[in-house]
Design a protein. Structure first.
Lengths: 624, 357
């Protein structure tokens, strides 16, 4: 009985520990993009991974950083240990305490400290700073592994080698090092694992245009995770497990040697199979690192692009690079607010950005953008006149921006779960659908819904109107299942909710996955938004930025991006190229004029307006 | 006496402010088996390490064959060391361990093979060439360490308590082996130990040390029979060390009774220590000796009996082949030649320095 309970207990503990990872691994083989639906077994995410250059670059960065920082930290750490052993006991204790502190210290403190140091010393953040940071935090791990075993080594061994005529370094290499090697190797593996694993310190020291796997995955998570990332995470998990196994295997061998289990030298030599496996693993890492090594030779002709996540076909980047010889450093932001904060902090970090309407107005007003050289962008003529006209609400002379995507905000609903006609925002306040409603976790979109419902302008700065909208949103709170960003689509596909405030661009994809879904722009009106490409004032390579925008305005390129992003393209030539008639004439992708008439674009509210909205939003979220 | 090989002049050394060696002078001759003997912390190992080049003296000079080698690194000295804990290279087999020094000297392969064979034969480990050190017993490992040292044909072999980690039986066997080795090799051995029996058994010359000073040097017989102070007497074997007064030359008052002795030159009525070895105390029936006493313990030790005799308020240790049962009334007498008279220092420091001239 007792042993049964013990086993059950162990089982539960193991389940708790490994259920999350198992979920991840299972999902990495799910052919449906939705977490909520099992679409059959597939390897396609793993295959996609191999073809995703941004992920492969991040992988190469991770491996190269890990490899170099491990080698450097291992050498420095081991030498430090030897030095520490030569000290008097008191200084030794003090020094060991001091070197351990970075390990105990919160990563975030280490990360911020390093970032500050790099800023103060005017280091350009990127590969170099991340490498230095990784070496720094890896040294204590190496020391932690090496020091205890160095203590157990008979110091006479080194003296014996000297005594027999060896020069000091040779003596160390031949006598102490072989005994120490397993610990050094264990320390190196530990450091390697830590380096691959690290997110926080990397995040603070990486700057723009440089990602390791962990920061890459973080960006993806913010935008809604792609199944490729499940596959990638599964691979990382496997790799870490293998490293740990190798590490403990080495320790095991060391103990066997100490206990005199090996009678003859041949007994302790590693077998041919083990040697081959080890060599293959090392070769794999080295080749991979070398293959992607080219990423780090910084060329002069670079273009730094900052875009929302999953908002461009990666193949387009390759085509642009191949044609122009310009190297594109492509970064993704999670929300416009984060993008804006980043640009305020370092206004020269990116050359070309793709923000939304009201944000463009804000950036123009704050002098963060430069006027476009329209002679360099002849393909702008492919953009429909109505979209240029609509852009005047945030870019009055059409001089700063070129539209890229546009769409409406509406209600995505599951017709098997909703009986009533969906033609008013009121349905989101209907108690019948309590717990079935998804709202956007975004200030402007949430207020837009409440303001439009009462017939107010979605750009209002009238405190009275906003007060009413706030009260409505608070009243709605108990009915809302969750405030989400990108998860709305997945939840709707999986049938987890009945109604969701969604961008029109998500709809075609969602309907493809779940034919029960419908989209409606309520009669009270809604938001029509435009995302446009702009060039920053401090851009280091404005010519390349103009070429980039012109390239994206080519009909066939715009079509590729439309196929990838599924958000409506303002490029009329591209729209004509869409093969699928249902898509080309889709009411969702290209709503009729009657719908558009009901919709307005967001305009920039000014600092006061921003503050007013965000204070009201806090009330809504806290419910007071 | 043979040629002088090593000379230490005015060697001082301290660790962490603690003085370990103070102005030490020592001469070692060719082909001698010299033992540095003393309790732990006496400076014997430090002296050996200075000779080996593992420590630099704070002051003083080291000469080897007439050359000043004070600043010469350990790897360039013509001597080899056998360490207490063997210090074998655990990742190399026995043959590789032995070949280590020869490979550094770029000796030809055949020569190395031959030397390994010869050395293993010398230390009775033939056939162990390819064993790993971890799988050998302590005694075997120490033989490998010795073999590893001697293949380099050093002029001097330094041995730092090499038998310290071995059990008693093995230790005794190894003592004879070391003597044999020394005779076969014909080189100088400098041996460090705290075991007086080891020192007496193996050495040609013993240097007794305490607190950084040399207390006495001499042949084992000199040291044993004529300890120059109470420390040496106490450290070397069991002794009756008794406070006494030198009445005049050749007459010493021990515990209120005058004894005839052979020592002179201490002055008149001077406080001294006398050393009388237990086997030199003679027990005779009551009335035939000098002081009366009573046997309090008697134990059979094989070759002799060990007895304790209460006489004149002192517990005498007595070794004799003739038994007097516990409780017997006896007399004690001592041959004048067996009374060793020593100066009595006033304090411990003085005791340490007094003999160091």
């Amino acid at each position: 009985m007792r042993s049964k309970i013990e086993k059950l207990y162990m089982g539960i503990i193991l389940l708790f520990m490994y259920a999350p990872i198992l979920t991840l691994i299972v999902l990495s083989f799910n052919s449906s993009k939705s977490r909520a639906r099992w679409g059959g077994f597939t390897f396609k995410w793993y295959i996609n991974l191999v073809h995703d250059n941004s992920v492969l670059n991040a992988l190469a960065n991770t491996l190269i950083i890990a490899l170099i920082s491990t080698i450097a930290a291992t050498i420095i750490g081991t030498i430090t240990c030897v030095g520490i052993m030569g000290l008097k006991r008191r200084s030794r204790t003090v020094l060991m305490g001091v070197t351990n502190i970075p390990m105990i210290n919160a990563d975030i403190v280490t990360g911020i400290s390093l970032m500050l140091l790099f800023k103060v010393m005017h280091f350009e953040t990127g590969f170099g700073t991340v490498l230095i940071a990784h070496i720094t935090f890896n040294i204590p791990y190496v020391m932690l592994a090496v020091l205890p075993s160095l203590r157990t080594i008979n110091p006479n061994i080194y003296e014996a080698a000297l005594d027999l005529g060896a020069k000091p370094f040779y003596a160390f290499r031949k006598s102490v090092l072989p005994d120490l090697a397993p610990s050094v190797l264990a320390g190196a593996l530990m450091a390697f694992t830590m380096s691959i694993d690290d997110f926080i310190i990397t995040y603070f020291t990486k700057g723009s245009g440089f990602d390791t796997l962990s920061t890459k995955i973080y960006n993806e998570v913010k935008r809604g995770i792609q199944p490729e990332i499940y596959a990638l995470s599964s691979i990382i998990f496997l790799a870490v497990i293998l490293l740990l196994a190798a590490s403990s295997y080495i320790k095991h061998r060391q103990n066997s040697l100490k206990k005199g289990k090996y009678l003859y030298k041949a007994d302790r030599k590693i077998s041919r199979g083990q040697a081959v496996a080890l060599a293959a693993a090392s070769a794999f890492i080295v080749i991979l690192a070398m293959y992607f090594g080219g990423v780090f030779t910084r060329k002069n002709n670079q273009l730094f692009v900052y875009n929302a996540g999953e908002y461009l076909d990666p193949e387009v980047i390759e085509m642009f690079e191949a044609e122009t010889g310009i190297e594109v450093v492509y970064d993704e932001f999670e929300t416009l607010e984060i993008m804006y904060a980043k640009m305020v902090q370092d206004d020269g970090a990116y050359d070309v950005i793709c923000p939304s309407d009201y944000m463009i107005a804000k950036m123009i007003e704050n002098g963060m953008l430069q006027e476009l050289d329209l002679d360099q962008i002849p393909n702008r003529k492919n953009i429909g006149e109505q979209y240029m006209e609509a852009s005047r609400s945030f870019d009055p002379d059409n001089t700063y921006s070129v539209p890229y995507c546009w769409g409406t905000v509406g209600i995505l609903y599951n017709k098997t779960m909703v009986d009533d006609p969906v033609n008013s925002w009121d349905i989101l306040w209907d108690e019948k659908y309590s717990g079935q409603i998804l709202m956007q976790d975004s200030i402007r979109d949430a207020f837009m819904v409440a303001l439009k419902r009462r017939g107010f302008s979605l750009n209002t700065k009238d405190p009275g109107e906003l007060e009413l909208a706030t009260e409505d949103l608070i009243a709605q709170r108990p009915l809302v299942q969750a405030y989400v960003i990108d998860q709305a689509r997945d939840k709707m596909i999986g049938g987890e909710a009945a109604l969701a405030v969604t961008y029109s661009g998500e709809v075609l994809y969602a309907q493809n996955e779940n034919p029960d879904l419908e989209y409606s722009v309520p009669d009270e009106g809604s938001n029509v938004w435009i995302d446009s490409w702009v060039v920053t004032k401090k851009a280091k390579n404005p010519e390349a930025a103009m070429k980039w925008i012109d390239f994206l305005c080519r009909p066939e390129i715009a079509l590729m991006n439309f196929d990838f992003v599924t958000y409506s393209t303002p490029n009329t030539k591209a729209r004509e190229l869409i093969e699928d008639e249902n898509v080309r004439n889709s009411e969702v992708a290209y709503p009729g004029n009657d719908i558009l008439k009901r919709c307005d674009a967001y305009s920039y509210l000014g600092e006061d307006g921003d503050l007013l909205y965000s204070n009201m939003w806090k009330k809504v979220k806290s419910g007071i | 006496m043979s040629k002088e090989l090593i000379r230490l002049e005015h060697i001082s050394k301290s660790f962490d402010g603690e003085l370990i060696l103070d102005d030490l002078d020592l001469v070692i001759h060719e082909n001698e088996f010299v033992t540095l003997l003393g309790p732990s912390g006496c400076g014997k190992t430090t002296t050996l390490r200075i000779i080996g080049g593992f420590e630099k003296p704070d002051s003083g000079r080291v000469f080897f064959d007439g050359m000043d080698i004070t600043g010469l690194a350990a790897n360039r000295r013509q001597l080899n060391t056998v360490f207490q804990k063997y210090a074998l290279f655990t990742h190399m087999d026995v043959a590789e361990n032995i070949a280590f020094g020869l490979k550094i000297k770029n000796k030809p392969r055949d020569y190395i093979e031959e030397k390994i064979h010869y050395a293993l034969k010398l230390v009775n480990l033939e056939g162990y060439e390819h064993r790993m050190p971890g799988s050998l017993s302590g005694g075997q490992q120490q033989r490998v360490a010795i073999a590893r040292a001697i293949v380099n044909e050093p002029k001097v072999l330094l041995l730092d308590e090499p038998l310290g980690a071995l059990d008693l039986k093995l230790r005794q066997d190894m003592q004879y082996e070391l003597i044999r080795l020394k005779n076969e090799l014909g080189i100088t051995f400098i041996y460090v130990t705290h075991d007086q029996e080891e020192a007496l058994t193996m050495s040609d010359h013993i240097v007794v040390m305490n607190q950084g000073y040399i207390q006495q040097e001499g042949t084992p017989e000199d040291i044993y029979n004529e300890p120059e102070n109470a420390f040496v007497a106490d450290f070397i074997g069991d002794s009756n060390i008794i406070r006494a007064t030198m009445v005049r030359d050749e007459l010493v008052n021990i515990l209120g009774t005058d004894f005839v002795c052979v020592d002179k030159g201490f002055g008149e009525n001077k406080p001294v220590d006398v050393v009388i070895r237990p086997e030199d105390v003679e027990l005779v029936p009551r009335g035939q000796g000098i002081i009366p006493g009573k046997v309090t313990h008697a134990i059979f030790k094989g070759v002799h009996y060990e007895m304790e005799v209460e006489a004149s308020g002192y517990e005498w240790q007595v070794d004799s082949t003739r038994l007097f049962e516990a409780g017997s009334e006896v007399d004690i007498q001592v041959d004048p030649f067996n009374i060793q008279v020593m100066n009595r220092p006033e304090s411990e420091d003085e005791e340490a320095m007094a003999i160091d001239v």
